[in-house]
Design a protein around this ligand. Structure first.
Ligand SMILES: [Zn+2]
Length: 77
């Protein structure tokens, strides 16, 4: 007898450690130090502030990654 139980697809919570963030620039602000970029991950909504010293150099992280507050979204299933 074969039990054709379909295994549930493991739901991996979207946290900072489970994927590579896909940063989207929400806003940019030119400063004397370069362009400050406010970015947000399209997948998990983690935010970060980057600084791009020159237009032709890649931006670097200026702040830590700020995870979104999801306390109300947590539900045991
Ligand atoms: Zn992310």
């Amino acid at each position: 007898m074969t039990a054709l139980h379909t295994l549930p697809i493991p739901r991996i919570p979207a946290t900072a450690t489970t994927h590579e963030h896909a940063w989207l620039i929400e806003s940019r602000h030119p400063t004397s130090e370069g362009t400050v970029l406010y970015v947000r991950c399209a997948e998990c909504a983690t935010r970060r502030v980057d600084l791009q010293p020159h237009p032709h150099t890649p931006p670097g992280a200026l702040s830590a990654e700020l995870a979104p507050l999801t306390q109300s979204a947590r539900r045991a299933s």
